[in-house]
Design a protein around this ligand. Structure first.
Ligand code: ASP
Length: 329
């Protein structure tokens, strides 16, 4: 028998791990896990990713690596963002976004087994799930890193990172800012995650919502305990003139058991050109998207409308995170 020639060289150094981020092999579950130094490091890598994409479009940093993208809730932006991020880094994706049947995680079985199965095929798993806490269950089941892409009304850490990165890129700083969060602050997981992150910086908050959609007490207490100046109002006009960041969110229809209540609240806020005329010249308006009616489309051409730039930043941040958890950054 002819001696077979080896296909791979064990000394192939292209896959040598790097772990300057401290995130190699780690799950990304909550913003609370990041140190401030790690955030700065990820932002630095994201900027480098931006430069690389603008110059050459992509690289082979994650060649041979596979991402399983498991979405139990509808998503266009976040799933596409992770897919684009992985592909621009030369990896590939198993996208599971259609027809995934949700079965209660509280029983523990189905999600666990799905995750155990997917990790046999992949090097990293991105999970979106309608139940708070599901990302922890998946992370406990898997040996490969699990990235939380939204767990019910819980957290959405990668969105919060891209939101923070956007504020820094747009305004040049994270300190000395007045941030107004507007809309469904009760169910909006992006608000929950971003509020926690911003609480580490010298930021003043105004929360703008109707009474039933106020920010949950846990999050409120966390930033109050951190000594932040926090106000609440139900009127955007109270804050529009002196906010640096207007973070607008939709009313989260899927979290309401009473649809009549949703109908009565869904059009509570609408940011119009007239309102924006009162805003600071250097303010920015952000939205995690999808937008329903909260921001008038005429604002899209206002240079202060940062929401589509925010989407693009999401890809750079997710590239940085994928590279980090896979030991390449
Ligand atoms: N896309 C964001 C999320 O998944 C915001 C939203 O859906 O309103 O939470």
């Amino acid at each position: 028998m002819v001696e077979r020639k080896r296909l791979f060289d064990d000394q192939d150094t292209r896959m040598l791990p790097g772990n300057a981020s401290g995130l190699h092999g780690e799950d990304i579950i909550s913003v609370s896990q990041f140190t401030t130094e790690q955030l700065a490091y990820i932002f630095d890598v994201a900027q480098e990713m931006r430069g690389m994409v603008e110059r050459v479009g992509g690289t082979d940093l994650l060649r041979g690596r596979v991402l399983a993208c498991l979405f139990y809730e509808p998503s266009t932006r976040t799933s596409a963002s992770f897919i684009a991020a992985m592909e621009r880094l030369g990896g590939s994706v198993i996208p599971i976004t259609q027809g995934v049947q949700f079965s209660s995680v509280s029983k523990g079985e189905t999600l666990h087994d799905t995750i155990r199965t997917l990790e046999q095929y992949s090097d990293v798993i991105v999970l979106r799930h309608p139940e708070t806490g599901s990302a922890d269950i998946a992370a406990a089941a898997a040996d490969v890193p699990v990235i939380n892409a939204g767990d019910g009304a819980g957290e959405h850490p990668t969105q919060a990172l891209l939101d923070l990165f956007t504020i820094k890129e747009e305004l040049g700083t994270l300190d000395g800012l007045h941030v107004a969060m507007v809309g469904d602050l009760r169910h909006g997981r992006t608000v929950h995650s971003l509020t926690q992150l911003l609480g580490r910086y010298d930021v003043r908050f105004t929360f703008v919502s109707p009474e039933v959609l106020r920010l949950p007490l846990d999050y409120m207490n966390q930033i109050k305990d951190a000594g932040k100046d926090v106000r609440e109002t139900y009127n955007v006009a109270d804050v529009i003139g002196n906010a640096d960041v207007l973070y607008v969110t939709r009313v989260q229809k899927e979290r309401f058991s009473d649809l009549a209540q949703y109908e009565s609240l869904k059009d509570y806020y609408r940011i119009t050109p007239d309102l924006m005329a009162q805003a600071k010249e250097r303010a920015i308006i952000m939205h995690p998207l999808p937008r329903v009616n909260e921001i008038d489309v005429r604002i899209d051409t206002d240079p202060r409308a940062a929401y589509f730039r925010q989407v693009r930043n999401g890809m750079y941040i997710r590239m940085a995170l994928l590279a980090a958890v896979l030991g390449r950054a």
